[in-house]
Design a protein around this ligand. Sequence first.
Ligand code: ATP
Length: 260
Amino acid sequence: MSKIIAICNQKGGVAKTTTTYNIATLSAMKGYKTLMIDLDSQGSLTISTGAEPLDFEINIATLFEEMINKKSKNMDVRNAIYPVEGIENLYLIPSIIDLATKEALLNTVTAKELTLKRILEKVVDDYDYIFIDCSPSLGNLTINALSASDYLIIPTEADYLSYRGLGDLLSVVDDIKELINSKLEFLGVIITKYESRLKDANEVLEHLQSKYNLLGIVKKSVSIKDGIYAGLPLVVSPKNEIAKEIKEEYEKVFNYIENY
Ligand SMILES: Nc1ncnc2c1ncn2[C@@H]1O[C@H](COP(=O)(O)OP(=O)(O)OP(=O)(O)O)[C@@H](O)[C@H]1O
């Protein structure tokens, strides 16, 4: 049985995709069979792997479409799983812009919150870890991710508005735990794009630390994009001191998940 981890925050640009790709890669590098699901119609995770969303005939939007049209018996999720080039043990269900229209159509599906869980049923035993890169909203797709997951990790920037936004997300999480998925556990937050010279960042860091389990602090650095044209995340070959520090923070987070 795999551990399924949702990487969520309804705020845009807080490094959900970057966090997902780096942590999932560390998992694969440790020899775990690891699946990433791109659950964002922008397809950033798919593009980050060096792939082109339009090149995949079957993707996460196709899978949702089959469920919406009640053809799920014809569909095999395994047809939507592709190996990530250059990283052994790492696999991806890619996304495409069409996912946005499928999200609205989900309202016609019975038990719509459980659609992703039903899609994944056939492969939950095939992977050690499944990481879901959520979209920046609290809509149907994010609720599907939380309803299908064992654990939630929230990447957030250390700024006041991001800090305030966490309360809204966690109240949705409470509802999902009560009504849909009692096993969902919030593991903690990762601070992303951290700049220690900013007073605001340090104040928010203290608040976050006192309120939540702090899993890691990832500094802001252009090094995060090293390897991007080759489709590889930073953790594969960190090139300088700050990149090595960032890798260590992501390792801390993965070790926490591994030993939890
Ligand atoms: N530690 C970091 N230092 C500097 N830039 C970073 C860092 N982490 C992520 N970024 C950059 O921030 C931008 C947003 O990151 P990312 O796409 O991972 O966020 P996201 O939360 O998935 O976005 P969206 O909400 O649009 O899905 C990207 O350009 C990414 O390269």
